[in-house]
Write a protein that binds this ligand. Structure first.
Ligand code: NAD
Ligand code: UDP
Ligand code: UDP
Length: 317
């Protein structure tokens, strides 16, 4: 794109759901993209359509090991994000967040590169404050089954701010709230993809607990735009900043909407609520709006229809 300087950008976790959309956006903006991934939850297929692009490069690498490359900016997204996947090998999940952050911060330090961390609303745990502003310190169980992810991401934020204070690094920390869209894996296990795939297959929709817990769902294109805007901000703004959609709903309402949109005969079935599953979650977007001039623009109805169309194609193939 004319008028934008071509930067060399590293995206860790670039073959995952969010990473693949981010790589695509950065290429469209005229940047040179190095996608690094160990395919723990992502796949080459997610970025296959970018292979022919002259500015795209893919490298198999685990961020828990040092990485020596030359880039101008780093988006650190490497980390399994779905509870079933991050709980499969919890020690590796913590290592990915913590050792991965140390390595990518070391890389950024050597290169004097800007670095953005994909943090999460999970740093707020099961929040006692609603909606959650960035000033809220959270309510997180340090020894539960979700801790490998929650505490790993909290420690990564600590590392980012210590490298900022101690080594003057240019850091950006985004706290991402539940995001959905095309290229979530069929077996990802998160709620939007589970419900859509179950509805399209005419299978029972698995509601955990009574479905009264709430989430606020953001469409992937909006999220990626928020990340790119955050990276574009000057060094005086580090975040942390919430990026997500603030239209909150219960899990049961989501299930009913998906059944309606798919026109599915599926019935709701109820399964035990996973341990430490947060009861409510909604981002306070005041800061993102003020500092990034950003707010989500895709309604759940439109985003869900696009995601349903995507899974329909995948299930046909
Ligand atoms: P995803 O599982 O689709 O993508 C994660 C990617 O990281 C995968 O491609 C995986 O193979 C890769 N990866 C995992 N461990 C790695 C390692 N050690 N070395 C290199 N690559 C590794 O999940 P996603 O939804 O795309 O999430 C991307 C990032 O955004 C994650 O850091 C996640 O914590 C964060 N996030 C996502 C959401 C969301 O709702 N999608 C919400 C909050 C935070
Ligand atoms: N590192 C890396 N790539 C680099 C520079 C550093 O992966 O280009 C890793 C390095 O292996 C180290 C980590 O980043 O373990 C932290 O680096 P830093 O310089 O902050 O600390 P130190 O090397 O002094 O432990
Ligand atoms: N959930 C559900 N059925 C599913 C998958 C998830 O009811 O098949 C619930 C889950 O218990 C949680 C919410 O949906 O309350 C969001 O779950 P997800 O794994 O997508 O994300 P997170 O819990 O990390 O917000």
């Amino acid at each position: 794109m004319s008028g934008i300087e071509c930067k060399r950008v590293l995206v860790t976790g670039g073959a995952g759901f969010l990473g693949s959309h981010l790589c695509e956006r950065l290429l469209n903006d005229g940047h040179d993209v190095l996608c690094v991934d160990n395919y723990y939850t992502g796949s080459k297929q997610n970025v296959q359509h970018l292979f022919e692009h002259p500015l795209f490069e893919l490298m198999r690498h685990d961020v828990t090991f040092p990485l020596h490359v030359e880039v101008d900016e780093i988006y650190n997204l490497a980390c399994p994000a779905s509870p079933i996947h991050y709980q499969r090998d919890p020690v590796q999940t913590t290592k990915t967040s913590v050792h991965g952050a140390i390595n990518m911060l070391g890389l950024a330090k050597r290169l004097k590169a800007k670095i953005l961390q994909a943090s999460t609303s999970e740093v707020y745990g099961d929040p006692e404050m609603h909606p959650q502003p960035e000033t809220y310190w959270g309510s997180v169980n340090p020894v539960g089954v979700r801790s490998c992810y929650d505490e790993g991401k909290r420690c990564a934020e600590t590392l980012f701010f210590d490298y900022y204070r101690q080594h003057n690094l240019q850091i950006k920390v985004a706290r991402i709230f539940n995001t959905y869209g095309p290229r979530m894996a069929i077996d990802d296990g998160r709620v939007v993809s589970n419900f859509i795939v179950q509805a399209l297959r005419g299978k029972d929709i698995t509601i955990y607990g009574e479905g009264q817990q709430t989430r606020s769902f953001c469409y992937v294109d909006d999220l990626v735009d928020g990340l790119v805007r955050l990276m574009g901000r000057g060094p005086e703004f580090t975040g942390p900043v919430n990026i997500g959609n603030n239209s909150e709903m219960t899990v049961r309402e989501l299930a009913e909407k998906v059944i309606d949109f798919v026109g599915s005969p599926s019935k709701l079935i109820f399964r035990p609520l996973p341990e430490d599953d947060p009861m409510q979650r909604q981002p306070d977007l005041t800061l993102a709006n003020k500092e990034l001039g950003w707010r989500p623009s895709t309604s759940l109805d439109i985003g869900l229809r696009k995601t349903i169309d995507y899974f329909e194609e995948v299930l046909k193939g």
